[in-house]
Design a protein around this ligand. Structure first.
Ligand SMILES: Nc1ncnc2c1ncn2[C@@H]1O[C@H](COP(=O)(O)OP(=O)(O)OP(=O)(O)O)[C@@H](O)[C@H]1O
Ligand SMILES: [Mg+2]
Length: 309
């Protein structure tokens, strides 16, 4: 549905995106993550046909069309990172304008205004809206055409919990209806909750593309259990390290990094040695920690490349 093939975009000397190859298929939701300036907006704009690739191509829809062809616009809904509408129009007028433009059915305007919880504010002028309300209006407009491809650039940045809930509902519907969704976000929690895959861009390079299962496995490796014990006999250290080689002591606390699956066996070993447990905490790996590791590794690699070149 969305296919990037060695897509590269340069702005003068700035290589915003470098040889990106990525597919988003029907019914799939992919989160585009990465630090500021890493190329997320450029990637989404290329699929929306708003910028021409410097090299490579972006294909949309089925049958596939080049994203830069006007016909390709018919299959997509695009929410830009910065949405703005004329201040002097009401929210309902904005939605109605875009409904006619996209040829959506007449009752669609009320549906999307309701979905974006803007029905009461629909008659007010956009100039009186808060930032989050303008963003909800942007989402309402993006939802109008029920297109097979959704491109959403930081859709959750200004949403309150109700807005987020509506957005989660929108994405679940899109997935169930077989649409292809590509969205960028700095809100890792939203990405973790919604996405089937996570594409991480650093300095315009795709440094990781993990499925939800791969992400779960990577996060599990970063879990940690801490067991506070009354004593720390030598034979315990050896027995635990046979199960979890990275286990260490922090004072009277035994720190056992690794997946949850090894924890019951570590506790069995402690019990078998008759050692009293005073306390226990367990923490799963977190996406923000993994994300920072991947970004730092990629930045270190590109630093090495720059020094070498
Ligand atoms: N029109 C443009 N002219 C020149 N440089 C640009 C242009 N658009 C983007 N860039 C540069 O391309 C790089 C990628 O920008 P982009 O907006 O895609 O990043 P981003 O990942 O969306 O960042 P953010 O998280 O801040 O939204 C940046 O270095 C940016 O300065
Ligand atoms: Mg951006």
């Amino acid at each position: 549905m969305i296919s990037y093939r060695a897509f590269t975009k340069c702005f003068g000397a700035c290589r915003a995106v470098e040889a990106l190859s990525l597919d988003v298929t029907r019914g799939e939701v992919v989160a585009l993550l990465g630090p500021n300036g890493s190329g997320k907006t450029t990637t989404l704009k290329a699929a929306a046909g708003l910028i021409f690739p410097s090299a490579g191509a972006v294909w949309l829809g089925d049958p596939p069309r080049l994203a830069v062809e006007p016909e390709a616009r018919r299959v997509l809904s695009y929410l830009p990172q910065k949405v703005s509408f004329p201040d002097a129009l009401t929210g309902a007028e904005v939605v109605e304008f875009y409904r006619e433009l996209r040829g959506a059915p007449v009752d669609r305007s009320q549906q999307v205004l309701r979905f974006a919880s803007l029905n009461d504010a629909g008659e007010r002028m956009v100039g009186t809206y808060s930032g989050g309300m303008v963003q909800r209006l942007g989402l309402a407009v993006a939802m109008l055409p029920e297109a097979p491809v959704f491109l959403l650039d930081e859709p959750t940045a200004a949403l309150d919990p109700d807005g987020l809930c509506a957005f989660y509902g929108l994405i679940e519907h899109a997935r169930a209806d077989g649409r292809a969704v590509l969205f960028s976000s700095h809100q890792l929690g939203d990405a973790e909750r919604l996405a089937d895959r996570f594409a991480i861009l650093v300095g315009g390079h795709l440094v990781a593309c993990l499925s939800a299962t791969e992400l779960k496995d990577r996060l599990a490796e970063r879990g940690v259990m801490r067991v506070r014990l009354v004593s720390r006999p030598e034979q315990l250290s050896a027995a635990v390290r046979a199960l979890a080689p990275a286990a260490t002591w922090a004072g009277e606390e035994l720190v056992v990094p690794g997946p949850a699956a090894i924890r019951p066996r570590v506790l069995d070993t402690i019990r078998a040695l008759g050692i009293e447990v005073r306390g226990l905490t367990a923490e799963e790996g977190r996406l923000d920690v993994l994300y920072r590791e991947l970004v730092a590794e990629a930045e270190a690699r590109s630093g090495v490349r720059e020094v070498a070149s």
